[in-house]
Design a protein around this ligand. Structure first.
Ligand SMILES: [Mg+2]
Length: 224
């Protein structure tokens, strides 16, 4: 199971945006640079590159910006500032308990940022491996890398039909389709239920409290 983070596992409720704004102000002296940036379902370094271009700042300062972002995110990404989405921990635990399911991350976040957010709710132990944003890329490339990393880590040759992407946006569905893997959409984040339904995920859930439906669907397709 390849997990998206924002809108699927947790809601950062602006913590990431505030941290990026702080880091940009610290690095370049410009306030509010990320105020109007659409982030849902997108790759961090993609929209960061856009903001750098819009403000014509020095691309060579990307590392400085990222370090400032991690520092700011450490302060912003607290359990009080964010929301762990309902049912997530139960699904992660149940997946581990079943033994034949393997959790991994497939996120547009840079890895350090992803780990900081997950650490707020002590979730990193569920995800020994994952695919992250390492450079500006398409979402399907991030997921493809996640699958390769998971194969290497778990020592299992997962076929496309064995891979289940869990995500909250139309972009997650499109990326999964591109890779011919299956996709469970949850309407807890960036896209509304009707909008997700229109893009026909393999399974659509209002949230992950619907654990029984999720595992029934997995079992039904495990032997198909
Ligand atoms: Mg998301």
């Amino acid at each position: 199971m390849l997990w998206d983070i924002d809108g699927t596992i947790l809601r950062a409720k602006g913590a990431g945006r505030r941290a990026m704004n702080q880091a940009f102000a610290e690095t370049f002296g410009i306030e509010g640079a990320f105020d109007d940036v659409v982030m849902h379902g997108r790759i961090d370094l993609d929209f960061i590159a856009e903001v750098f271009a819009d403000h014509e700042v020095d691309k060579r300062k990307l590392e400085d910006f990222l370090f400032a972002y991690y520092r700011a995110l450490q302060k912003e990404a607290t359990p009080e500032n964010m929301e762990l989405l309902p049912g997530v921990v139960d699904v992660l635990q149940e997946a581990e308990r079943r033994g034949y399911l393997y959790n991994a991350l497939g996120t547009g976040n840079v890895e350090v940022g992803a780990r900081i957010k997950l650490d707020a709710f002590d979730l990193n132990h569920f995800f020994p491996v994952g695919g992250f944003c390492e450079r500006p890329a398409h979402r399907y490339e991030v997921l493809d890398n996640a699958i390769e990393q998971a194969k290497a880590y778990y020592g299992i040759e997962f076929a496309p039909r064995d891979v289940i992407v869990i995500g909250d946006t139309v972009r997650d569905i499109e990326a999964a389709r591109k890779l011919k893997v299956r996709v469970v959409a949850v309407a807890t984040g960036g896209s509304r239920y009707e909008e997700l339904a229109a893009h026909q995920p393999d399974l659509l859930l209002p949230d992950l409290l619907e654990q029984a439906r999720l595992f029934a669907w997995i079992e039904e397709h495990a032997s198909a």
